[in-house]
Design a protein around this ligand. Structure first.
Ligand code: G4P
Length: 529
């Protein structure tokens, strides 16, 4: 019924290691979409402007983006939703959750660094979801690693086959442009003025030998011919069905800063990526073009407006059309309601939405009723989308309140913050909330916790870092007596907020050791419930 609108949608996340150029690339996308006039509006460290996603006080203090934001713009008849993921190494579980709302991912890699730690972690979540993954190898205007080595690195480190759609000619000072394997033409590199979209690129047919020599020189030309031969002989062929399954990543080369290769990338990407995907619910797959509206909550953002202490629940629309003011059902709460103050992010501001379609993300005012993973559907429907897994925290600290008189506020505050999904809390198997162990995906969340407990709940806390780095849920907990598990000296038994038993380890190898020592024990890095 709303097929036309829904099929126009492309909803994707950009993943990368900090400093690979994710923000710069996003800015250039927005520039092509006409959503902003000058690149630099998303984030300009130099001008001390803050990213449009900088909502929380703490972010402003640190000048980094704690929370992920969503940006929508139109380009070439597509309606594009970019889910931004925090770029600093102190990223949080929200970054992972954002990937649960995306239909595909763009992986930005620094050409002089190859695959880096954060990309590896985020990539794992994309693989778990089998979504298409596109690679943009950035910073070709700087000295880059050998192109074949870069591709090998992706294949070996991430275990995904690659298929270059274009191919770079040199790098750094010797960067001459890219060869488009599809059109069999060379697009010459020209350093556009920062912030503008026009360059002076020449497009030269690969057969036009004289012009090629004139523009890129004999040596670069010969090298290009050799590399094309190698590539045509050895590289994986483009296969859309493998791209769709997330088994083959189309690779592009460019330079986001100088705006080279960005529009070509955007054009191909939009053709190759997928419109909104169907989603698994307890009644089967729900198709996005189904008439009835449905959505799920993937992120809860607290305290965007300190004066109001409000929370915003971000939901991904999975099917049908959303109209402001319509009655919907919050399945987990069992209540029919109207979603209050629905809003979307457009380039530089939030604004109220009147209507939105499957593929879109909306934020709604949350009076404290929504939890991560909740389903919203029409009052006459009753189904639940598959939940969002709990991702493994990597840093742990023991937390106590300083003033013992404030115990009540402490328990309330830390429990609420955990319910929003900003942190995870654990306790010793035998004790209650006497002592709480907090687990986070990025260490900045510790600061966010401290800041929020002080500012919102008036509780000062003391934190003691714990050496654990690896956490495993016990998958077959009903068959296992946790107290009887033969552990290692660095293993600790705890339980999560729902009472699920868990094991913490300092060393990665201990995980294997414990599995070896306890036949039948099944451990998992994600928790499905
Ligand atoms: P991130 O969001 O992935 O963390 O990266 P971001 O875009 O902020 O880029 C990190 C740095 O790399 C920035 O420089 C940016 O200008 C630079 N950069 C991005 N793309 C390219 C590229 O294609 N070529 C080159 N040479 N540099 C690139 P900065 O000095 O840290 O910040 P700024 O002062 O430029 O804002």
């Amino acid at each position: 019924m709303y097929d036309k609108e829904i099929n126009k949608r492309r909803t994707f996340a950009i993943i990368s290691h900090p400093d690979a150029g994710k923000t710069t690339l996003t800015e250039k996308f927005l520039l092509y979409g006409g959503a902003i006039n000058l690149a630099g509006s998303v984030k300009g460290k130099a001008t001390a402007k803050h990213a449009v996603s900088d909502w929380m006080e703490i972010e402003k203090e640190r000048g980094i983006s704690v929370t992920s934001s969503v940006l929508q713009f139109n380009y070439d008849n597509y309606c594009i939703n970019i889910l931004d993921t925090p770029g600093h190494q102190d990223f949080s579980e929200d970054t992972y959750r954002t990937l649960m709302a995306a239909d595909s991912a763009v992986m930005v890699i620094d050409a002089s660094k190859g695959v880096e730690a954060q990309t590896r972690k985020l990539f794992k979540v994309c693989v778990m979801r089998h979504i298409p993954i596109f690679t943009f190898i950035n910073k070709m205007d700087r000295d880059a690693n050998d192109t074949f080595d870069l591709l090998d690195d992706i294949e070996n480190e991430l275990g995904i086959a690659t298929c270059p759609v274009n191919w770079p000619i040199g790098s750094g000072k010797g960067f001459k442009g890219v060869y488009d394997r599809n059109t069999k033409s060379v697009v010459t590199f020209s350093d556009t003025e920062k912030g503008t979209k026009e360059g002076h690129a020449e497009i030269i047919d690969i057969e036009d030998d004289a012009k090629l020599t004139e523009y890129i020189g004999d040596d670069a030309k010969q090298q290009l011919f050799d590399e094309i031969d190698l590539l045509d002989g050895a590289g994986a062929e483009f296969d859309q069905s493998l791209v769709d399954k997330g088994e083959l990543s189309p690779v592009f080369f460019g330079s986001a800063l100088t705006n080279f290769g960005v529009e070509i990338f955007l054009k191909y990407f939009l053709q190759m990526t997928t419109p909104p995907l169907s989603r698994q619910a307890d009644v089967g797959l729900i198709n996005p073009t189904e008439k009835e509206f449905s959505a799920f909550v993937f992120k809860i953002q607290a305290n965007m407006n300190k004066a109001h202490r409000d929370r915003i629940a971000f939901m991904r629309i999975c099917s049908g059309k959303f109209d402001a003011g319509m009655e919907v059902k919050h399945v987990q709460g069992g209540k029919v309601m109207r979603l209050s103050q629905p809003q979307q992010m457009m380039a530089s501001s939030r604004h109220i939405v009147d209507e939105a379609y499957a593929g879109d993300i909306i934020g709604v005012f949350d009076p404290g009723i929504f939890s991560i993973g909740d389903t919203i559907c029409m009052p006459s429907d009753k189904f639940q989308y598959e939940g969002i897994p709990t991702f493994a925290p990597e840093h742990f600290a023991r937390v106590r309140q300083i003033d013992t008189m404030k115990r009540k506020q402490f328990v309330k505050g830390i429990t609420q913050i955990a319910q929003e999904g900003a942190i995870q809390i654990f306790t010793e198997l035998s004790t209650g909330m006497e002592e709480v162990i907090v687990g986070v995906v990025g260490v900045l969340q510790f600061e966010v916790l401290k800041y929020r407990l002080e500012n919102e709940y008036n509780v000062e806390i003391k934190m003691e870092n714990l050496p654990y780095e690896h956490i495993r849920w016990i998958e077959n907990k009903d068959e296992i007596d946790v107290s009887k598990i033969t552990g290692t000296s660095d293993m600790k038994r705890i339980q999560d907020i729902k009472g699920n038993p868990l094991l913490l380890f300092v060393n990665a190898w201990s995980v294997g050791m414990v599995l070896e020592r306890n036949e039948g024990l099944k451990l998992a890095e994600f928790s499905k419930n």
